[in-house]
Design a protein around this ligand. Structure first.
Ligand code: N01
Length: 548
């Protein structure tokens, strides 16, 4: 645990923020606006979080560009111009840098520094935050802006480190360009990252072997250049549309259809799905209002997408292997692609079904399945993340009376509203487990959490409160509610990372809150208006007042 003693300044700053992704950047901006002292620690050498790390070929957002940006500043949203309907990683990273420069945020960010520990001190009502650079900073509050998908995961495959060629993980892609020209490449995994990168790698490489354990549903994105009139229309109407997005279930202004799939005839359903397929992207899942709730409705969407895959992929045996059959559509994060299924028609792409022939080991030359040896120049691990809890649990966090976060979450994450955990006073999470987070437009959910936290800190200052902490009973009631709502849907039927199912030994609980962004916001606001009901508040200690 870090000790206060080694630090040159015994006074605590107001807030340490962990992470300089969109959450950390906006948090810093809001705190400055309140006249608070704040500092960000960021493990990377630049801002951008997810978009700093995930530089794999084809990385692209599946929320429309006009909606995947900050809405808190009209100046920012009017000035920035997106070049495509769905932005690629390089452009989103440029946007994060634009925001950091425009708001002059860098002077309070310490880069290349990973927070390793945080220990609460009751006497000083502050945290001692320790970094891997040997620094310890005291702060009255800590905001974990650490992201939901920030701990990339390498699979436990025998011989993993013996491969002599180059290896890459999609979530930790090198900063210099990677050229696969003339190379034989093995891609392990077929989630969103793989589905975006495989078509781009295949266009370059001599041959690509795709190792698929579980097929996923993917919808074409229908990306294209940003039409000037479309952009202008959004910019004219931004205030109203942002307000609408904040009320939506997903945090995205989108074409909903408030009708059950079973209320339409077979012909009507087909026409509707066809229209959604043409529209593209995540809007497909909004074709009907009960696709996430009713298995029979969901089956109709599954059948339609299966038909599409069979129509696109020329080799019927390959097409059959690509059909997802072990989970309802949408219960694993739906993928959005550009030419994913089409890529399997290329002569230089081979699908290897790991159900038929599991991987035995990674070898010096490549990889052995139970049926065959493969040799590669490079292996791409598109094997995902220890989602939502992984990054937080890597930090040695000790709260009141030394209570450890790892112990508190040993049976799965327990939070109140996904914002705080009992036993950890003055430690907030942005888009933590138990909040809509990954089931929503992250920009909308990030802004909502940051605003709530900033307003809470301002309120505490105005009311001379030195500590806030989630009440244990309120937290348990919230955890039950999060579970109840999830289990009313089809989501828990999939072995997804939402459930922690992709990490051996991780407790299997549905982590995000599925009740919707709009309803969740109302709940958070009502709690704040009721004087932070469900939280315990303690006045500023006299000794703390005297020291500041
Ligand atoms: O990770 P994943 P991801 N042997 O966990 C396979 C967001 N995102 O990085 O399903 C063989 O989805 C694993 O197989 P299985 C988005 O929220 C968004 O692709 O466990 N295979 C699976 O196929 C997304 O959901 C965007 O059987 C192994 C794959 O690796 C989230 O990030 C773009 C294996 C992992 O898929 C994560 O996506 C990209 C093993 N030992 C990402 N271990 C957009 O906005 C794992 N796998 C568009």
């Amino acid at each position: 645990m870090p000790q206060d003693a080694g630090h040159s300044d015994p006074r605590a700053i107001d807030v340490v923020i962990v992470g300089a992704g969109f959450a950390g950047l906006y948090m810093l901006h809001r705190l400055r606006g309140l006249g608070m002292t704040a500092r960000i620690f960021e493990a990377g050498s630049g801002v951008g979080g997810t978009w700093y790390w995930n530089r794999y070929p084809g990385a692209r957002c599946d929320v429309e560009s006009m909606q995947y940006s900050f809405g808190f500043s009209d100046e920012l949203q009017q000035e920035w111009q997106w070049s495509e309907l769905f932005s690629g990683q390089p452009e989103i990273l440029r946007y994060a840098n634009f925001v950091a420069d425009k708001l002059d945020l860098r002077r309070d960010i310490t880069f290349n520094t990973r927070v390793q520990s945080a220990a609460w001190n009751e006497g000083s009502q502050s945290w001692a935050v320790g970094t891997d650079q040997g620094e310890t900073v005291r702060a009255h509050h800590v905001v974990m802006a650490t992201g939901c998908l920030s701990s990339s995961r390498m699979p436990d495959i025998a011989g993993r480190d013996s491969f002599r060629g180059r290896t890459y993980h999609t979530g930790q892609w090198p900063h210099e360009p990677v050229d696969f020209t003339g190379q034989v490449v093995g891609v392990i995994g077929t989630g969103s990252s793989a589905i975006q990168s495989i078509p781009v790698i295949a266009a370059q490489a001599k041959h690509v072997y795709v190792f698929q354990r579980t097929p996923n549903f993917s919808i074409p994105s229908r990306n294209g250049p940003m039409p000037a009139e479309y952009e202008a229309e959004w910019k004219r109407d931004y205030a109203r549309r942002r307000a609408e997005a904040r009320k939506m279930r997903s945090g995205v202004v989108s074409p909903l259809n408030d009708k059950s799939a079973l209320a339409d005839s077979e012909a009507e359903r087909r026409a509707n799905y066809e229209q959604r397929w043409k529209l593209g992207g995540t809007y497909f899942m909004q074709a009907y209002n009960d696709l996430a709730l009713n298995k029979a409705s969901n089956d109709t969407a599954v059948a339609f997408v299966h038909e599409k895959i069979r129509a696109i992929v020329h080799d019927p045996k390959v097409a059959e292997k690509l059909l997802p059959t072990n989970h309802p559509i949408g219960t694993k994060r739906i993928c959005v692609d550009t030419d994913y299924y089409e890529t399997f028609n290329r002569p230089n792409v081979t699908l290897v079904d790991l159900h038929d022939t599991p991987i035995r080991e990674i070898t010096q030359a490549g990889l052995d399945t139970t049926a065959q040896s493969y040799a590669f120049d490079a292996i791409v691990f598109a094997t995902g993340f220890d989602a939502m809890t992984g990054t937080l649990l890597k930090i040695d966090i000790a709260g009141r009376d030394g209570a450890s976060l790892r112990e508190a979450w040993s049976a799965g994450p327990h939070t109140f509203l996904g914002l705080m955990t009992a036993g950890l006073p003055n430690m907030f999470m942005v888009t933590g487990p138990g909040s809509p987070s990954v089931l929503s437009n992250m920009m909308v959910s990030i802004e909502q959490h940051v605003d709530w936290i900033a307003d809470c800190l301002a309120w505490m200052r105005a009311h001379a409160q030195g500590a806030i902490e989630a009440d244990g009973a309120a937290q348990e009631a919230w955890v039950m509610h999060v579970n109840d709502v999830a289990h009313r849907t089809l989501y828990p039927q999939a072995n997804s990372w939402y459930m922690g199912a992709n990490i051996p030994g991780k407790p299997q609980v549905f982590m995000p809150y599925i009740g919707g962004v709009g309803a969740y916001r109302e709940k958070c606001d009502a709690i704040a208006q009721a004087g932070y009901e469900g939280f315990r508040l303690s006045p500023v200690h006299a000794a703390v007042q005297a020291a500041e």
